[in-house]
Every structure is written in structure tokens, then in C-alpha cells.
Write a new protein. Structure first.
Length: 234
């Protein structure tokens, strides 16, 4: 098994985060510094920051209704609040699947199942994620159609086609549901900036057909076996 996949399954970090730990020299295999791309077996001793990891893993799956003011990392060297701070004490070591911006709220899955995390975050799998967006003022049909067709948010980077439906509008604001199958950094906010609109509220409300129903802002619960099965087969 690749070392970054093993670290993800241990809940240490995502695969990309695991690669970073390896590059920083914080991971050893059998007492020697690990290298990106190394393979490990059940007989290898893997340590992170001097702490040995077990090859036995019990997967945990949580659903969080993230509030604003938290970052989607396991820890933060600037002392900011992270989504891990919202989990109950003695929760298994897990990491957030994908990211929601500091000022974005809503559905976030946390797990130590690296395979599920990889499945849900890879753009090629086109997992639909639905967001509630509120922008200032009204939005024209031309602006909506541009967003649906895909816009260039930076040089050479064009967003995929998306579903976008207005659910409420007046002179002060417009509320919409937008469904994306990719997750570029600050994608929705940047998309609306391109058409001259400012997003003043953003919340992820669905992954596939999984919703936040009954889960208050800042609350967390374990996913059921049926929900985990559903996500693994999206």
C-alpha cells in the first residue's frame, strides 16, 4: 500500500497532506525517513512525529453542519479554530473530506477512511454537491446562463457546466441553488465575481441526496451504515 494512502486510512491526513508530512521529514518507515511513493506492508513500522501507527484501523464517519469561523484542517499553526474542535471528546482521529471556506457553512464529512475521502473529492467522479447561495441584488438571465455554461475564474481555468436555479429574488438579494461536481478553491465566490456579483452567504446543503436535515449549525453526528453505503456507491 502506498504510504500516503496508509496515512490517510490512519486518519493522519489526506493523501496530499500525507505527502506534505513526508516531504517535511516527519514520517519514518522502519526508522528511516519515508519517501513519497514508498509502499508499506503490515510488517513495517510507520511513525509520524515519533508516534507509531497501528495497521489495524476502525473506520469512523461523521457528518458536521459547519458554522462560519472554522477552517477545514486537523490543526492550525495560527491558532485558528478548526472543525476538529467541534467534535466530541475522545472522537477517533479523523480528517475533513474536502474543504469549506472559513466563511462558508454547511455539510462536511469527517472520516479516517481514505478511500471514501478520495472518492468524494476527485473531480473525475463527478459527485454532485448542492449549495445555497445568496448574492446582493438581482441576477440577470444572461449572468445565470454564463454561470451555467462555465466561466473562466483565472487564466486557463474554466469551471464545468453546472445546474443553477433561482429560488427567491427581490431588489435586495437573490437566493439560488447551485450544483457542482468539482471543488476548486473558492469556486462559487469566484464564479459570481466574474459576473459582477458578491456572494454574502454560502452553505453546502447536500452531497448527492444526503442532507443536513435535523442537524443544527455546529452540531455533529455519526453517519449510519446506510448513509456510508450510499456515499461509497455514489
Amino acid at each position: 500500500m502506498r504510504i500516503n494512502k496508509f496515512l490517510a486510512e490512519q486518519g493522519v491526513a489526506s493523501r496530499r497532506g500525507g505527502d506534505k508530512l513526508i516531504e517535511e521529514g516527519r514520517v519514518t518507515v522502519n526508522g528511516k525517513p519515508a519517501k513519497t511513493g514508498d509502499d508499506v506492508t503490515a510488517s513495517d513500522v510507520v511513525e509520524v512525529d515519533g508516534k507509531m501507527l497501528s495497521h489495524k484501523v476502525k473506520y469512523e464517519y461523521y457528518l458536521l453542519n459547519k458554522p462560519k469561523g472554522y477552517i477545514c484542517t486537523v490543526s492550525d499553526d495560527k491558532g485558528r479554530k478548526t472543525v476538529i474542535d467541534l467534535l466530541p471528546a475522545n472522537t477517533a482521529r479523523v480528517f475533513p473530506v474536502g474543504r469549506l471556506d472559513y466563511d462558508t457553512e454547511g455539510m462536511l464529512i469527517l472520516t479516517n477512511d481514505g478511500e471514501l475521502a478520495y472518492r468524494l473529492t476527485q473531480p473525475k467522479n463527478e459527485i454532485p454537491k448542492t449549495y445555497l447561495v445568496r448574492v446582493e441584488g438581482t441576477v440577470t438571465d444572461n449572468q445565470l446562463n454564463r454561470l451555467r455554461a462555465g466561466v473562466e475564474i483565472e487564466r486557463g481555468v474554466i469551471t464545468k457546466k453546472c445546474k443553477l436555479n433561482v429560488i427567491e429574488t427581490n431588489k435586495s438579494f437573490t437566493k439560488m441553488h447551485i450544483v457542482l461536481t468539482e471543488g476548486k478553491n473558492r469556486e462559487i465566490r469566484r464564479m459570481f465575481e466574474i459576473v459582477g456579483k458578491n456572494v454574502d452567504f454560502l452553505k453546502r446543503i447536500k452531497i448527492g441526496e444526503l442532507t443536513l436535515t435535523g442537524l443544527d449549525r455546529g452540531a455533529v453526528r455519526k453517519l449510519s451504515q446506510e448513509e456510508v453505503f450510499y456515499l461509497k456507491n455514489l
